[in-house]
Design a binder for this molecule. Structure first.
Ligand code: ADP
Ligand code: MG
Length: 696
């Protein structure tokens, strides 16, 4: 299929000469397709734009008006303020840009501006814009007066490429571009109808030339569907390779091990645990291979669920492996499993890098001859020379620490073991489906009853001394505490210094009479382990750490956490950190020290008042946006998702996944004539961008 016309240089479009083409290129608009896919930044119409005459101090306003007067006003403090008076049919208002005197060169009397921001009182009502758009230069027609112009579309623009240039380019070329893109329609009409989505050309028409705000949204939804669909398609292919192309093990449940464990538990499973176990059991007893992600907050009882799964395998005479990211965690898991299975005829083995030669040889022997049934270990399990007699199930804890390849390395054998990946990082369902579209998803969204709540407080830095006194009273009661400093990747050295300096200050000053430890990301693995071990054993009372503190480590005696510069953390990260405390029978406290006003304070308050990790993750996604989450996955300057918004497109995503899996189930290589267009579009538009999802 020939899509080449859309991929021609943008210069071939009408009204775009070599110079303009050059400035468009600097914005990343290189081909005609780039222009078509240039997503508007915002839309305005009569319902979003307010008459200036009706503005009230305190409201958030969006206005359109003509510049009547302008000038730069110096203040006594040395700040220069660029100021204009904007006028529409209903009135006029001052618009001020403090500290941006250079705008004087760019905006002129007679220019038509769209301005959004809060209305304040400062020698009279005034708007300080959060953003503004130059709608039309003095003397140009107001696009709103033209026939289609009820909606004003604002594009990401640049110094060289202002709004009206982009708008002009669309006016002259959109019809042709729509015609070209219509050849890339891959959704059959009936499918589109079922999904309630417009066809491709119509979607772009609505995106760039909407008759209403609702139309613009419908256009976006269709294009969001495309992005999510192709992403799911690639992942469905990976999933297919992992599940369908190799026969799995159909375990048979005798309940010989499950029942005694269940009956010996001093508590009931939560509803969520029971539901998830049913999903796992169904997977494991079917002949298809299990490839499942188990998500649940710290302490939600994932390890117990994993043990049940391991026992299902053991009932059929298979071994299971539980892979942990650190030695400490592996040891902790091995201890738990040993305790829980004391009365059962199964044997737990531990394999880590810490074992001496003799112990290692002994453990390897038990793995190889099959006498060890539940095997816990670290990367050491992935090394050469590790033989397993009858591996049936691989459980991976904290999977983001292991690459997919490692995850699958162990499971790459015949018969093909089931795979259960556990993650204690709650993420919204939409994000989980996007990042792990090749896995099936199980969620434990409920904590066992009777947990001690963690009380969270927000304090300004000025209160630090008080906070430390509070910490010291806890330490005096024999409890332990963490003080955490943020770590920003760009300046690991600077942060390290911050934590190190604070460690020294605290050791010699406030907590001179206490035993302190320091933990940071540049320490070696065994140094880190030794420090955590000392903290676990109570030899360290106060642990000063950067945000590297091991996920999942259980120190029930630690009841206090102080987080410095809390404003620099994402909410989900704060939640992870807070999960280090509240693991014992005592009430725990988490104190956020932050220089926070306004939005930041609101954000931290959400965290203070919420303990549900999934709710926090959703808030985080909403507040920070998805850009952050995909930061490391950008393909050049092209975002992975430019139309889809995971904070509100979950239902589109679910449909996209359903369709993608349906297609791949019947035609994994997209070889059928019916899917030739899907394949062509995948190759032409998405293959490159989605490489990072083509895992495996
Ligand atoms: P996770 O692995 O999700 O962090 P664990 O499986 O380690 O959680 O469980 C945390 C603690 O809660 C353990 O001490 C476990 O025995 C206990 N626990 C697990 N499930 C329940 C339950 N349904 N009711 C009460 N306590 C539970
Ligand atoms: Mg199976």
């Amino acid at each position: 299929m020939d899509f080449s016309l859309l991929d021609k240089p943008i210069q071939f479009l009408k009204g775009i000469g070599p110079r303009r083409a050059e400035s468009l290129q600097r914005m990343g608009l290189v081909t005609a397709r780039d222009l078509l896919f240039h997503v508007p930044r915002r839309y305005d119409d009569a319902s979003t734009v307010q008459p200036i005459g009706e503005l009230q101090v305190g409201m958030e306003a969006t206005i359109r008006g003509t510049v009547r007067t302008k000038g730069v006003i110096p203040t006594r403090a040395g700040l220069r303020i660029f100021q204009v008076v904007l006028q529409d049919d209903s009135g006029r208002i001052t618009v001020a840009w403090p500290g941006q005197p250079w705008l004087d060169r760019k905006l002129h009397e007679g220019d038509l501006l769209l301005v959004a921001g809060p209305v304040r009182f400062f020698h009279g009502p005034q708007i300080q814009p959060r953003e503004y758009t130059l709608v039309a230069r003095a003397g140009e027609a107001d696009p709103a007066d033209e026939a289609e112009g009820a909606i004003f579309v604002a594009y990401p623009a640049s110094e060289d490429v202002p709004q009206w240039v982009l708008r002009g380019a669309f006016e002259k070329n959109l019809d042709r571009l729509l015609d070209l893109v219509s050849r890339e329609e891959y959704l059959p009409d009936d499918e589109r109808g079922r999904l309630g989505l417009p066809d491709l050309a119509e979607a772009f028409r609505r995106l760039h030339r909407p008759a209403s705000l609702a139309e613009a949204e419908e256009g976006r939804r269709r294009l969001a569907f495309d992005e999510l669909f192709f992403l799911q398609l690639v992942q469905a292919q990976v999933r297919h390779r992992q599940i369908e192309e190799r026969p799995g093990i159909a375990f048979e449940r005798s309940n010989a091990l499950i029942r005694p464990l269940y009956e010996a538990l001093p508590f009931e499973l939560t509803h969520a645990q029971a539901a998830v176990l049913r999903e796992i059991s169904a997977d494991m007893t079917s002949s298809a291979r299990m490839n499942r992600l188990l998500q649940g907050d710290v302490g939600s009882g994932k390890t117990l669920v994993a043990l049940f799964a391991m026992l299902i395998a053991a009932e059929s005479g298979f071994q299971s492996v539980l892979l942990a990211p650190t030695e400490l965690l592996a040891e902790q898991h091995a201890r738990k499993l040993t305790e829980l299975t004391q009365a059962l005829p199964v044997e737990v083995a531990l394999l880590t890098g810490r074992l001496g030669a003799a112990a290692r040889r002994e453990a390897l022997g038990r793995l190889a001859d099959g006498s060890a049934t539940l095997i816990v270990g670290t990367h050491a399990l992935l090394q050469e020379g590790v033989e397993l007699a009858r591996l049936g199930l691989v459980v991976v804890d904290e999977q983001h620490r292991f690459g997919v390849r490692q995850r699958m390395a162990l499971a790459d054998r015949t018969p093909t073991p089931d795979v259960l990946v556990m993650s204690a990082t709650p993420i919204p369902r939409s994000l989980a489906l996007t990042l792990y579209g090749d896995l099936d998803l199980s969620v434990i969204d409920e904590l066992p009853p009777g947990r001690q709540p963690i009380r969270t407080y927000l304090r300004y830095p000025g209160k630090r001394d008080e906070v430390y006194r509070f910490v010291d009273t806890e330490l005096a009661r024999g409890r332990q505490a963490y003080v955490v400093y943020p770590l920003v990747e760009e300046s690991e050295k600077v942060d390290l210094r911050a934590a190190t300096q604070e460690f020294e200050r605290l050791s010699s000053d406030v907590f001179a009479h206490r035993r302190l430890g320091l933990l940071h990301g540049q320490m070696h693995g065994d140094e880190k382990d030794a420090t955590m071990r000392a903290f676990l054993q109570g030899d360290i009372e106060l642990l000063v750490a950067t945000s590297v503190i091991e996920v999942g480590i259980d120190v029930p005696n630690a009841t206090m956490m102080v987080i410095e510069h809390a404003e620099r953390f994402g909410l989900s990260q704060l939640h992870q950190l807070r999960g280090r405390v509240g693991r014992g029978a005592d009430a725990s406290h988490c104190i956020l020290i932050a220089e926070a006003g306004g939005d930041t304070k609101e954000r931290l308050k959400v965290f203070r008042d919420t303990t549900d990790g999934f709710e926090i993750a959703r808030a985080d996604l909403r507040i920070r946006g998805q850009g952050d989450l995909f930061g490391s996955m950008q393909h050049g300057r092209d975002p992975v998702l430019r139309f889809a918004d995971l904070s509100r497109d979950e239902s589109i995503l679910i449909e996209a996944q359903r369709l993608a899996r349906r297609i791949v189930d019947v035609d994994p290589e997209l070889a059928l004539e019916a899917h030739s267009r899907v394949r062509a579009v995948l190759e032409a538009r998405f293959a490159e961008r989605l490489k990072m999802f083509g895992v495996g």
